[in-house]
Design a binder for this molecule. Structure first.
Ligand code: HEC
Length: 202
């Protein structure tokens, strides 16, 4: 028996309606396990550390915070004391403050010590030694990188140039904390960085 026109139209309408209902309901009908799987998994600590390393490399932290070895290709970060800051015994010598008053900015050959209109500054030890970031927590690190506060403490002095925290502050919390996680994996290097302003006459 052939279906009449009315039956055909009703059949097609029911089919279209069922398809629409199916399409709309699909995500809602997913079993809970399936829905959980579609939310991103928590970051794998190893991946976080890898990202931190990547950001430290492209963010030029080594340029100022790692003492250098001098090769035919020029200065390179000293692999035995990465990111340990300006060495304790390496002070500006015979520094004449009149030079910076004349508008010069000076730098040592390791790019870890600087003198400019702000005075003399030495790059900090970022290794997890007690003389570096050993006692820091994530909050301290976020505050140092976001607000430019020495030791990441609320009431401490402002960080001196040329630490470019005004730019680093634009990073997401996630990225700043990935850097911190990576720094915590470095070899701890004992090095008490000279206080800002210090130099030797000899
Ligand atoms: C152009 C040079 C320069 C670069 C690049 C640089 N820093 Fe610094 N940084 C400094 C100097 C100099 C100081 C010390 C400032 C002071 O004593 O006030 C410092 C201080 C810091 C401090 C504060 C340490 C403390 O004891 O309070 C942190 C944290 C820090 N830098 C992290 C970083 C990280 C992470 C990077 C890379 C993403 C980086 N810096 C790149 C020059 C630099």
């Amino acid at each position: 028996m052939k279906p009449n026109q009315n039956q055909l139209v009703t059949g097609i309408a029911i089919l279209v309606f069922s398809l629409i209902v199916l399409a709309c309901n699909r995500p809602v009908n997913n079993p809970p396990e399936e829905r959980l799987m579609s939310t991103p998994p928590p970051p794998d600590p190893k991946t976080v550390i890898e990202r931190g390393k990547y950001l430290v490399n492209i963010g030029l932290c080594h340029d100022c915070h790692s003492p250098k070895v001098f090769t035919d290709q020029g200065p390179e970060p000293d692999g035995t004391r990465l990111l340990s800051g300006n060495p304790a015994d390496m002070l500006f010598k015979n520094f004449d403050p009149a030079l910076v008053n004349e508008g010069l900015v000076l730098m040592n050959p390791h790019f870890t010590a600087f003198a400019g209109p702000w005075g003399v500054s030495y790059a900090a030890n970022l290794t997890p030694d007690a003389t570096g970031l050993g006692s820091w927590n994530e909050e301290n690190f976020l505050r140092a990188m976001r607000e430019g506060k020495y030791k990441g403490l609320t009431n401490s002095r402002d960080l001196l140039p040329p630490m470019p925290w005004h730019y680093y502050r634009l990073m997401s919390d996630e990225d700043i904390l990935a850097i911190f996680a990576y720094l915590k994996t470095l070899k701890p290097v004992r090095n008490i960085v000279p206080a800002p302003g210090s130099f030797t006459a000899g």
